[in-house]
Design a protein around this ligand. Structure first.
Ligand code: NAD
Length: 451
């Protein structure tokens, strides 16, 4: 099958490479010349585990190619995926659909035979109708079916998610398009991945409802964590206790600094806006957005409190900048808000991330970047784990203690056991762990100086 993928970012590139790996012939199109030149030269512009080998294998096999030339990319394509960005629109938070509509306008005149145009970008309910209108207006004779096929892959595990999805959602009403989409996903379908056909609007809404539900789940456990801190309960055990209930499930119940990333923040806000426009406000999602936004600065206040109430002219070391491990994606990362709030409090920030530093450089000011956790922690009065990269899970506390001004670990992902950290003479603060986790800052400093 000939497939064109418009947009070769995190979703387009992974999807394109995986579809090529199924045996399809895929042309990935992007308007970003630097990105396409890098891909043509065998360089992967993003960090995603396993993607370099997958791309190079399929390029070598002649099934995957990259171009900025849309006409060339869509030539003879039976299926054209649109996987361009849908960021939050400046000012009001609605999804900015200009990239999607531009793509629809540009492909319309190039359609010569029956073609299935598939929206993989996350788009508000009703966008497929608009795309269809644009194509029909630009090219009234086009034989086209517009389909919604939202993507659920997670950065950091994207290839595995694409190959072993929980489900594939396809929204359409055209029977020819249904058999084309079945053909596209045949290898997964044979692998028992449920292919769920729905109406187009339903498919569009499934994506937002799914993300909003997960964002709510994270936010719920974050609020429970705050309550645990006040009551002496342990949020990890609460999460385990409720997660063992099959109706709830254990995933997305890890308390932390609040959700971030390229999807949840913008998708929850866009869903809130859509629902308000339709006169059916989603209060739970509205509250989720508000709670999560407030949480990031609250977490910074927690760090400041751990440092004795002030970070003015004190160095705070941050470990982990990306919104989650195994990606270089910095979009809406909680680290950005936390760093800003600490800087507002007068802190000097040093930071380290295994993959996120190049992107982070463009997004934060006055941050000194280290080349490993130990260099980053030098002279710091607190070491804060913001993102739980594996590289931070087995740190040498003896070495850290030698370089830090005050041995204090603020573990925003609860990856350490407090006893273990304390046994090295460190102060330790987690999220939603028992109150005995909290030594008063004064005592922390005394411990630090006396040891
Ligand atoms: N990143 C994720 O984890 C994820 C997961 C599921 C769904 N999504 C959704 O998928 C969509 C894409 O997200 P992403 O993270 O891959 O974005 P991205 O910013 O990484 O990539 C988008 C790409 O589209 C290109 N582009 C924009 N307009 C174009 C045009 N007219 N022609 C050709 N190329 C064009 C851009 O240059 C860019 O390379 C969004 O709607 C997002 O919400 C993302």
């Amino acid at each position: 099958m000939r497939i064109a993928m418009i947009g070769s970012g995190y979703v387009g590139l992974v999807s394109g490479a995986c579809l090529a790996d199924f045996g399809h012939e895929v042309a990935c199109v992007d308007k970003d010349e630097a990105k396409v030149s890098a891909l043509q030269a065998g360089r992967i512009p993003i960090y995603e585990p396993g993607l370099d080998d997958l791309v190079s294998d399929n390029v070598k096999a002649g099934r995957l190619s990259f171009t900025t030339d849309l006409a060339k990319g869509v030539e003879d394509a039976e299926v054209i995926f649109i996987a361009v960005g849908t960021p939050a629109r400046r000012g009001d938070g609605h999804a900015d659909l200009s990239f999607v509509y531009d793509a629809a306008r540009s492909i319309a005149p190039l359609l010569r035979k029956f073609t299935v145009v598939v929206t993989k970008s996350t788009v508000p309910v009703g966008t497929g109708d608009e795309i269809e209108k644009i194509i029909r207006k630009t090219n009234p004779s086009a034989d086209v079916a517009v389909v919604s096929n939202p993507e659920f892959l997670r950065e950091g595990a994207a290839i595995d998610d694409f190959r072993r999805p929980d489900r594939i959602v396809v929204g359409l009403s055209d029977e020819r398009a249904q058999s084309v989409m079945t053909e596209v996903y045949r290898p997964l379908y044979l692998n028992q991945a449920p292919l769920l056909f729905t109406g187009r609007r339903t498919a569009e809404l499934i994506k937002y409802a799914g993300n909003a539900f997960l964002a709510m789940k994270i936010t719920f456990i974050n609020e429970i964590a705050d309550l645990c801190e006040q009551t002496g309960a342990n949020v990890q055990q609460v999460a385990q206790g409720i997660g063992l209930d099959n109706r709830i499930g254990p995933k997305f119940l890890h308390a932390g600094p609040g959700y971030g990333g390229s999807c949840f923040p913008k998708d929850t806000v866009a869903l809130v806006k859509t629902a308000q426009d339709y006169g059916t406000p989603l209060r739970l999602v509205e509250t989720t957005v508000a709670v999560n936004t407030a949480r990031k600065r609250a977490i910074a206040r927690k760090i400041i409190a751990a440092c004795g109430g002030s970070v003015s002219d004190r160095k705070i070391a941050i470990l982990g900048l990306t919104f989650k491990p195994n990606t270089d994606d910095m979009r809406e990362s909680p680290a950005l808000d936390i760093i800003q709030a600490l800087q507002d409090g007068g802190a000097m920030i040093s930071a380290y991330d295994p993959e996120g530093i190049p992107n982070a450089r463009a997004m934060v000011d006055s941050v000194e970047f280290g080349s490993d956790p130990y260099e980053t922690a030098r002279d710091a009065e607190a070491l804060v784990i913001v993102t739980e990269w594996n590289a931070f899970r087995a740190m040498d506390f003896k070495r850290l203690k030698q370089v830090m001004k005050t041995p204090l670990l603020v573990d925003l992902r609860n990856i350490y056991r407090k006893d273990e950290v304390r046994s090295h003479g460190f102060g330790y603060i987690g999220v939603g762990r028992p109150t005995e986790d909290y030594l008063s800052p004064v005592r922390l400093n005394v411990t630090a100086q006396s040891s």
